[in-house]
Design a protein around this ligand. Structure first.
Ligand code: ATP
Ligand code: MG
Length: 434
């Protein structure tokens, strides 16, 4: 439609054609209003029944809610209208009629449960507060891309169909690839590492990861969006600096460019970008602080993974984004480098929001012999990873990086109760469609 005007741009004194969805019809007797909604907002269309063509009134007021209509008419100032203007229609076309029975109410007057909403995502996304989440998600991705570019990183795309997995077999989805077994990739880890030895040196990728997580939780998906970073000649502390920069940039982008969406979500007052420096706690300090909260039934000892309740207790205690560093080597993946002066200690780190883990990263093992040994100790056949390990024989610089869960970033930023709220079409144990 060349001549279409967004409702937000309709100015008094103009004759315009607006097109969108019938949000509501309010019939007050002699006068009635059709509220038309489009991507930019809503506008009131006025029907004065006695002064208008009967057919026009009948069509305009007889149309079912959520139908698509196009209205041409004069725009006038009207202080009592929701946006201060209204249209008196000359003509109204029903472009696409909606069934009178809607599976959910896009005006939001009737609540729908999450499952019904996800089954009918198109209708669900007609709600301002749902649309706002995805506009903010888009801004998060735009801001992190910009932050990566400012860090001189090149955006890459790596295969999602792979012959072998990295992080142990249980989380892999097998597929059939021309009669052979293959898998959906659970992380771009190995590919992004291969790039630090290429001419690119510093790379990032925003793409899907696939994890056959058995459990259905509010913070796990089976298909998630991973924001990955890897750089040559970085150690783990420099990787953490980059992580702070990128996460802070996401918050700043949203604060700067999504004021309206934050308002819609009722977050305008409380929304605050982090100051760009997250406290760095060692694993040892973390377990001491968790133990001191007294929230756990059993005290944690060195070598324990942090239970979810422990993470929560610590998160409450710290009260902002923070890192946990210097993990015991045995609970971090084998491709992460140990400290040179203490091989019980890993350079691996996690970056935490007070409520959950957002990032895992570390400096990587770049020495060929150590790496191959790591594969063997992990019970993985180094032969199968030859495509990866052999490149470590041809000049692989020291390097570090991390992976950030895109949906968890949006979820924690907006205080969403369920990660599925931050994905258009989530994949979980029960949900494979739409
Ligand atoms: P968790 O222990 O919380 O299950 P993880 O340690 O297994 O996460 P990593 O392999 O470290 O996850 O992946 C890096 C980041 O990717 C995580 O910190 C998280 O933000 C995100 N992520 C990983 N798995 C999932 C998932 N199943 N759903 C959503 N995000 C995920
Ligand atoms: Mg992790």
């Amino acid at each position: 439609m060349d001549d279409r005007t967004y409702t937000a741009d309709a100015e008094p004194g103009e004759t315009v054609t607006v097109a969108g969805w019938v949000h509501e019809i309010r019939d007050l007797g002699g006068i009635a209003f059709l509220i038309l909604r489009d991507q930019s907002g809503k506008i009131q269309v006025k029907f004065e029944k006695d002064e208008m063509d009967d057919d026009l009134v009948e069509t305009g007021l007889g149309v079912h809610r959520e139908s698509v209509v196009a209205v041409t008419g004069d725009v006038e100032e009207e202080p009592r209208a929701p946006t201060g203007v209204e249209i008196t229609p000359d003509s109204l076309d029903v472009v696409a009629e909606a069934d009178p029975e809607l599976p959910l109410d896009p005006s939001g007057k009737v609540d729908a449960d999450l499952s019904t909403r996800l089954d009918n995502r198109t209708l669900d996304l007609r709600k301002d507060e749902v649309k706002a989440i995805f506009e903010i998600r888009a801004e998060v991705l735009r801001s992190v891309r910009e932050a990566f570019r400012n860090l001189d990183a090149t955006e890459i795309n790596t295969p999602k169909i792979v012959a072998t997995g990295t992080e142990g077999g249980t989380e892999l989805f097998p597929i059939t690839y021309f009669g052979r077994e293959a898998f959906m990739n659970q992380s771009p880890q190995l590919f992004k590492q291969l790039m630090v030895g290429s001419g690119l040196e510093r790379v990032f990728e925003i793409g899907p990861i696939f994890r056959a997580e058995e459990h259905n939780t509010p913070r796990h998906l089976n298909e998630a969006t991973s924001i990955d970073f890897e750089s040559a000649f970085y150690d783990h502390t420099e990787a953490m600096d980059a992580c702070e920069t990128v996460v802070t940039a996401a918050y700043e982008g949203v604060a700067e460019n999504c004021a309206e969406q934050l308002e819609t979500l009722d977050l305008a007052d409380e929304f605050e970008a982090p100051d760009g420096e997250f406290p760095r706690l060692t694993y040892e300090e973390a377990i001491e602080r968790i133990n001191a909260t007294g929230e756990l039934d059993e005290q944690l000892v060195w070598g324990d993974d942090l239970p979810t309740e422990g993470e929560h207790a610590l998160g409450q205690d710290v009260g902002e984004h923070y890192f946990i560093t210097d993990w015991p080597s045995e609970i971090k993946p084998f491709y992460i480098k140990d400290h040179d002066d203490d091989e019980q200690l890993s350079t691996g780190f996690d970056m935490m929001h007070p409520t959950m883990e957002l990032v895992s990263g570390g400096q990587r093992e770049h020495r060929y012999d150590h790496l191959v040994e790591g594969f063997e100790q992990q019970g993985l056949d180094p032969e199968q990873f030859d495509y990866y390990t052999k490149m470590f024989k041809y000049g692989m610089p020291p390097h570090a990086g991390w992976g950030l869960g895109g949906e968890r970033l949006v979820m924690t930023m907006l205080g969403l109760g369920n990660i599925r709220e931050a994905v258009l079409f989530p994949r979980d144990r029960q949900r494979l469609s739409p």
